[in-house]
Design a protein around this ligand. Structure first.
Ligand SMILES: Nc1nc2c(c(=O)[nH]1)N[C@H]1C(S)=C(S)[C@@H](COP(=O)(O)O)O[C@H]1N2
Ligand SMILES: [Mo]
Length: 320
């Protein structure tokens, strides 16, 4: 059975084997099996709101916020990672996160809110229809990928707890268990991983609460069971394995800024004109295709111009 992707590559070559096998099992049991197979790859070009056939998510629709680019092969996105809890080399998370226990999972949402509460994974999955959102993802180290994430705007969750007028920032915290993450200590970072956004940034519809990718649940190495994806900022703002969200009044500390003061600014908007002390940000290597990827020019806000209004009047050389 050959399932072709947009690029004409059989699905078996761009999809991890476990996902592929699941997909085949799903397709084999589908009543209209042949029809599903024939139309599946075409979902890439369907209109927003169209239902995406997925073996893992029943209520998955195309998002109006998707970029038109072809996703990076999933085998790259799932084997080349930054997830320092599981080691500091790009291949480490793929190898070391295999046994990461992610069930049961819940996210506590607290702080300056009227209705603090915790959300179980089932609740998170049922709040609103899940969207497939194809986003560019740009690491500060100079590589980028295009990923069909699954989730919905973080503001859906935020509105349910009703932030008070004192809430001006949001802090995010990752799961941390030194027993399951023995390599974390050796990195010198101060875990748990914490990140932050200004309230209006967190409430922007592009800020994604993410529960899956490539039509499946998030692999452990990509941030199971829930992560954030902030497509106009460098990758490190997109915190993985999220367990706590806190609305606060003051700008919160972030893990990379604590490790390396001054190098990783709070905003961390993708900006080709503001170099990091160690990396120029003018260009990036888009992974996939040739061995080292294609070198392309980096775009302001990673090309997400719709967020520019959030920073009107700010000197982005100073607030980098
Ligand atoms: N908890 C946690 N979240 C994290 C990181 C991490 O080390 N730990 N690395 C960040 C960095 S630097 C990047 S580039 C992205 C990488 O996401 P990916 O591996 O899914 O591509 O995750 C971000 N989120
Ligand atoms: Mo990164």
């Amino acid at each position: 059975m050959l399932i072709k992707t947009k690029a004409g590559i059989p699905y078996s070559e761009v999809t991890p084997k476990s996902v592929y096998i699941n997909r085949r099992r799903f397709l084999a049991t589908a009543a209209a099996g042949a029809a599903v197979i024939a139309t599946k790859p075409l979902t890439m070009w369907l209109e927003p709101g169209t239902v995406v056939a997925s073996s893992k998510f029943e209520n998955l629709v195309k998002s109006q916020y998707s970029s038109a680019e072809t996703p990076t092969p999933s085998r790259i996105v799932t084997t080349f990672n930054n997830f320092w809890e599981f080691g500091d080399q790009k291949g480490d998370p793929f190898k070391n996160a295999v046994k990461f226990r992610t069930s049961p999972w819940s996210i506590s949402v607290e702080g300056e809110v009227v209705k603090p509460r915790s959300f179980t994974m089932d609740e998170i999955l049922q709040l609103v229809p899940l969207e497939e959102r194809i986003y560019r993802h740009r690491c500060v180290e100079g590589w980028s990928i295009v990923v069909p994430w699954i989730g919905y705007s973080f503001n859906v969750l935020a509105k349910l707890v009703q932030p008070t007028s004192k809430a001006r920032y949001v802090t995010f915290q990752s799961y941390y268990d030194p027993k399951q993450m023995p390599l974390a200590r050796r990195t010198g970072l101060d875990f748990p991983y914490v990140e932050g956004l200004r309230l209006d940034e967190a409430m922007h519809p592009l800020a994604l609460l993410c529960v899956g990718m490539y039509e499946d649940v998030l692999p452990n190495q990509d941030g199971a069971l829930v992560r954030m994806v902030i497509p106009w900022k460098y990758g490190y703002k997109s915190i993985k394995s999220l367990v706590k969200v806190r609305f606060v009044g003051e700008q919160p500390p972030t893990i990379w800024d604590m490790a390396n003061p001054g190098e990783y600014g709070f905003y961390s908007n993708v900006n080709p004109q503001v170099p990091n002390p160690r990396y120029s940000q003018a260009t990036e290597r888009r992974l996939g295709g040739s061995l080292f990827g294609n070198r392309i020019n980096t775009q302001m806000f990673n090309g997400y111009d719709q967020v520019a209004g959030l920073y009107a009047g700010m000197d982005l050389h100073r607030y980098y």
